[in-house]
Ligand binder design. Structure first.
Ligand SMILES: Cc1ncc(COP(=O)(O)O)c(C=O)c1O
Length: 360
């Protein structure tokens, strides 16, 4: 069997062990004579999956009883609206930091619903950059502070989260569980599953329990966090197959040593790739300021757009997929999430050296 070197930004590579297990269980889950997809979300077989997903994530985040895990739908994009709907009271204000495309989208939704205070805007900076989060003027009366921990398109990542006077909320879509974080620093973190956690269709929310109760009761039922919180994310039919894969990924991650274990692997992969860029004598140029380079999405340029197109074309022929930069910025992007095997990065680094030899 031949697996591609998959550098897709999301949906993205999943651990082969997870896919193999899902395949083995696809038509007969745990001797029940049906797939997990065909089970009732209220039945015993699925309950075990759901409960293990929650238990494993509780362990991986090191959650205390003050936090709750929710499995929602609508992607991280739905959270851009659901956060202000639940947590931004009429007449109140929320702090946002604009670090790029994804933060901008979160801001756009929040502005439709209330007052937004932009603490910093690095979204147009080239090379792509992030502000010094410790130096920002946080409003002590803000309902919350919203940040994007990893800008998937810009290839930048927050290296140190600030201590904020109001609850810190992070869109962790593209670096969730890729490194240890002190969850007690956050009011809420969230992520679409399709980069580091599983398939698309599940949105993970980890929320401090006191925030759950802030939503106005007039908000439509499905938009209130308390609805799914009260029902252990089973108020309506959850995306059961997606949660099953997420559960398998959480098991895989625990076996890798959790966030600290995977961080070591992720840092080694990213270091190798950035060294290849920096060691190319300027043929490859990283697009992010080195101090905030992402360990998940590595972005760079070549001397010309023609060479970039050639690079992408040849990479596909070399069994590599997903290296084309986001359509809004061009260039090259390698997404090297948790499940991207080190061997794929080795293959890419080798390909880069060979390509430069032939075209440099
Ligand atoms: C940082 C970040 N936030 C939000 C999103 C949007 O996620 P979704 O497609 O789950 O709505 C993405 C998607 O790539 C992302 O990278």
């Amino acid at each position: 069997m031949s697996r591609a070197h998959n550098f897709n930004a999301g949906p993205a590579v999943l651990p082969l062990e997870v896919l193999e297990q899902a395949k083995a269980e696809l038509t007969d889950f745990n001797g029940t004579g049906m797939s997990v997809m065909e089970h009732s979300h209220r039945g015993k077989a699925y309950a075990a999956v759901h409960d293990e997903a929650v238990a494993n994530l509780t362990k991986l985040f090191g959650l205390t009883d003050d936090y709750q895990i929710l499995f929602l739908q609508g992607g991280a994009s739905m959270q851009f609206a659901q956060i202000p709907l639940n947590l931004l009271p009429a007449g109140g204000s929320a702090d946002y930091v604009n670090t790029g495309t994804w933060a901008s989208k979160a801001i756009k939704e929040a502005k439709k619903l209330g007052n937004v205070n932009i603490l910093a805007d690095t979204s147009k900076e080239i090379p792509t950059n992030m502000p010094d989060f410790d130096a920002l003027a946080y409003d002590p009366n803000a309902a919350y502070v919203h940040v994007t921990s990893n800008e998937t398109i810009a290839g930048t990542e927050i290296k140190k989260f600030p201590k904020t006077p109001s609850p810190l909320i992070a869109d962790m879509s593209s670096d969730i569980l890729s490194r240890p974080v002190d969850i007690t620093q956050f009011g809420m973190v969230y992520a679409g599953a399709q980069k580091n956690l599983g398939p698309s269709g599940v949105t993970l929310v980890v929320i401090r329990k006191d925030l759950i109760e802030r939503a106005p009761e007039t908000l439509p039922t499905m938009l209130q966090y308390r609805t799914q919180a009260k029902e252990n994310s089973l108020y309506n039919t959850p995306p059961t197959f997606g949660i099953y894969i997420l559960m398998l990924v959480s098991r895989w991650l625990l076996a890798k040593g959790g966030p600290a274990g995977i961080q070591a692997i992720n840092e080694a992969k990213a270091a190798k790739l950035y060294a290849a860029i920096d060691g190319s004598g300027g043929f490859y140029r990283g697009t992010a300021v080195p101090a905030c380079r992402s360990n998940m999405n590595v972005t760079w340029r070549l001397p010309t757009e023609e060479l970039e197109a050639q690079f992408i074309k040849e990479s596909v022929a070399a069994n590599m997929s997903g290296l084309k930069g986001h359509r809004s910025v061009g260039g090259i992007r390698a997404s090297i999430y948790n499940a991207c095997p080190p061997e794929s990065v080795d293959a890419l680094v080798e390909f880069m050296a060979d390509f430069q030899k032939r075209n440099g």
